[in-house]
Ligand binder design. Structure first.
Ligand code: UGA
Length: 429
């Protein structure tokens, strides 16, 4: 099949590369010359394990073609995926301007029969607008069907999530479109959810918001465990063994971040409000998440008292491990709050420091975890990078001014850390 992706962010680039690897011819349309030139040379704009290799392999095989032009890719394609960003507007809604803009350009270049499918996360109802734009802009004789095929991949494990998903959701408006999309996904062995496009759009939001809810629930149980003297990890392990609950996405920490959960929770609250349903449950999920970030700072104050002039070292900046993504990372809010209190912050992250340095000023970026420890009054772990699991804590303790540690990701065993001479605080333990 010939397919086109508009957009080469996480979703666009990863899915395009995987479909090319299945033997399809895949065009990827971008709008920045420099980025497209880099992609043609196999230089990718994001850090994602395994992605560069699969991009290079398929560019070399001429199955993955990066371009700035809508012609001839759109007219040749059986399926065109819209995979551009939908950031949050000031009012909390999803900003659909890019989706609608590219829909018009796609429409103008359609020829023969094609399916246009949205992979971007868009509120229920958007696809009807996209469909209208396509119908109005397409030349006479072109025939188009519309579909919503939401994506569930996670950063850091994007390729295996795409090749081994839990399900494939296809919301198509005609049998013909549905069949074409089912055929494209044939190499992926996963259950199919075949439905209309409003349902597919809502599945995506409902899934992300539910996962965010699980995390806020875990963070609330962690907070309660601290007061009761319970071990939150055991409590959550204990409930997670119940198959009806499940053990995933129950790790307490500094709150969820990234480009999806914060934005999608806000957007679903806003969608509900527009439909006269105050989704107060999700409002509380968001409040608890903000509270989880502030709680790390509260713990720092509890250990150090006045933070003015105190040296605090941060281990991990990215919103999660295995990515350089800093979008809505808890580290941003936490470091800003520490600095507002007058703390001197140094930090190390294996991948995210370049990007972090653009959003977090006055931070002393170091070359590893040991340098961050030099003279520190407190270390705070904010990202669960594997390399932080096996540190030489005797060396770290020697370098620190005071051996205080807040383990924001529960990487270490409290008793072991205490035995090594640390004043240790985890989350919910
Ligand atoms: C999330 C979803 O997991 C994907 O299914 C979805 O496709 C994607 O959003 C999207 O909509 O594009 P992602 O944001 O890449 O993926 O990362 P997650 O692994 O879901 O983590 C999100 C945040 O939750 C991170 O800050 C992570 O540290 C936090 N988290 C996750 C916890 O605090 N506790 C957990 O138990 C799990």
């Amino acid at each position: 099949m010939i397919i086109t992706f508009i957009g080469h962010g996480y979703v666009g680039l990863v899915t395009a590369a995987v479909f090319a690897d299945f033997g399809n011819t895949v065009y990827v349309i971008g709008h920045t010359k420099e980025k497209i030139e880099n992609l043609k040379r196999g230089i990718i704009p994001i850090y994602e394990p395994g992605l560069e290799e699969i991009v290079r392999k398929n560019v070399k095989a001429k199955r993955l073609i990066f371009t700035l032009d809508y012609k001839p890719s759109i007219s040749e394609s059986d399926i065109i995926f819209i995979a551009v960003g939908t950031p949050t507007t000031k009012t909390g809604d999803a900003d659909l301007s890019t989706v609608l803009e590219v829909a018009e350009k796609i429409g103008q270049n359609l020829e023969g029969y094609s399916v246009v499918a949205t992979k971007s996360t868009v509120p229920a109802g958007t696809n009807k607008r996209v469909k209208r734009i396509l119908e109005e802009s397409k030349p006479k004789g072109a025939e188009v069907d519309y579909a919503s095929v939401p994506e569930f991949l996670r950063e850091g494990s994007a390729i295996s999530d795409t090749t081994n998903p839990d399900r494939i959701v296809i919301g198509a408006e005609s049998k013909r479109a549905q069949e074409l999309l089912v055929k494209l996904h044939e190499p992926i062995k996963a259950p199919l959810v075949l439905t209309n496009f409003e349902t597919a759009e809502l599945i995506k939001y409902a899934a992300n918001a539910f996962l965010a809810l699980k995390i806020s629930y875990a963070n609330s149980i962690a907070k309660l465990s601290e007061s009761l003297g319970a071990d939150a990890l055991k409590v959550l392990e204990g409930i997670g063994m119940d198959k009806r609950i499940g053990n995933m996405f129950l790790s307490p920490g500094p709150g969820y971040g990234g480009s999806c959960f914060p934005k999608d929770v806000r957007a679903l609250i806003s969608i509900a409000k527009d439909n006269d349903y105050p989704f107060s449950l999700l409002e509380e999920v968001e409040n608890i998440n903000n509270q989880s970030r502030r709680d790390i700072v509260r713990k720092a104050r509890k250990i150090l008292g006045d933070l003015r002039g105190k040296k605090i070292g941060i281990l991990g900046l990215a919103f999660k491990a295995n990515t350089d993504d800093m979008r809505d990372a808890p580290a941003i809010d936490i470091i800003n709050l520490l600095q507002n209190d007058g703390a001197k912050v140094s930090a190390f992250d294996p991948k995210a420091m370049d990007i972090a340095s653009k959003v977090l000023k006055n931070v002393d970026y170091k070359k590893d975890a040991y340098e961050v420890s030099d003279g520190a009054d407190l270390l705070i772990v904010l990202t669960e990078w594997n390399e932080f699991r096996e540190l030489n804590f005797l060396n770290i303790k020697d370098r620190m001014e005071k051996p205080n540690i807040i383990d924001g990701r529960n990487l270490y065993e409290p008793e072991e850390m205490k035995a090594k001479g640390f004043n240790y605080m985890g989350i919910g333990r």
